[in-house]
Unconditional design. Sequence first.
Length: 442
Amino acid sequence: MKFIYWLGPGLKIKRWLVAGLIGIFMISVSISYYLLRFNIVNSNLTGVLLGLAGLGLFLFSFKQGIISILDFVYYPATLTGKNGNNRLNKKIYDKKFLSRGPRIVVIGGGTGLSILLRGLKLFTSNITAIVTVTDDGGGSGKLREDLGMLPPGDIRNCILALADVEPIMEQLLQHRFKNGELKGQSFGNLLIASMNDISGNFEEAIRKISDVLAVTGKVLPVTLKDVTLYAELKNGEIIRGESNIPIKSLELNSPIESIFIKPKNAKAISEAIDAIDNADLVLLGPGSLYTSVIPNLLVGNIKESLNRTRALKIYITNVMTQPGETDNYTVYEHVDALLRHWSNAPIDYVVANTGKISDAVGKKYGTEGAEVIRLTQEDREKLRAKGIKLITEDLIEIKENYVRHDAVKLSKIIIDLVLQWKVANDRNRIIDYFYIKEIMKR
């Protein structure tokens, strides 16, 4: 087992080491011939001693060379210093480390998805974000209407979450114009629109921008079809357009009963299906339940691939309720909404927050009609009856009075779950002990 692991993929040093040893042996045979011919070595004992001395010198030199390489590459030991090579060290080390991480597919949209991606990329580079394309409001909606392209906003946020860019570049791509005809539009959206025009294909445009920004993993639109989101309220009213749904729900004082898309025959892109089929883990959420998470499930082939994949499946609930979407929803009511749109969903785990917020922050959100999502004893019992395991933790992080998931803490929980699952269920595959050992340090 250890020998097989030693030969496994990595920095590709071992194959060249073996080739080098063979080369040294061949040169040694050639040299020994001439040493004997010219009587420089006139006894077997002298030859053996010279051979042992040469081997010892080689092994000592090789060991010291490896130590020197590790001192350069192993960034945790040097990261606290001010050496100019530290960023390079970190990139070299992380590329090797992260490439061994689990294959994770994240399905959703909105701010919640991009926040989670920023945490996950610290633990694996094998990430595929499948992003909803039903947004029809704000700058994305305007570009969608004017240029006939898919809405770029959620995809832009996911690309930036996974990108390796300088802070100033991120500020530039997130910059919104304050005046003129471009007022409210972000530079990143315009960049995607320009690349889409050059490429003539939205999927190809996203791929090229991802390459330019050194994105960890992949960001994919769930479909290339121009789809529109509809909601049926409990009073029977049909609402057209993602941005209108929460507004009309509040105006009519009628909760959302279900959602659907048109055209109904919209198919998922093949790369998204392949990612789900080959995943170790599929994450749903966090994000707006009815306008970011569930819309992806309505695209053809997505639910079928989720039912087919052997991957672990986890749903992450939001921290706060959303006015016009999930008013007064508990944790189980979020899950129930998923099940109404994806019957017999094979969800393995639900991750829910149990943390609290301060009175001041609670008052701010309360004026907007939002509150921390409750987890009741009845919720726990209903999830247990469905065979869904519940993971709870204080996952709240507050920045500038905005409540968000603690991306790093949430990502650690997720990685721990998938590693446990791999050990228990993937016995036919070689477990990457190096990755598991290093993940414990982070």
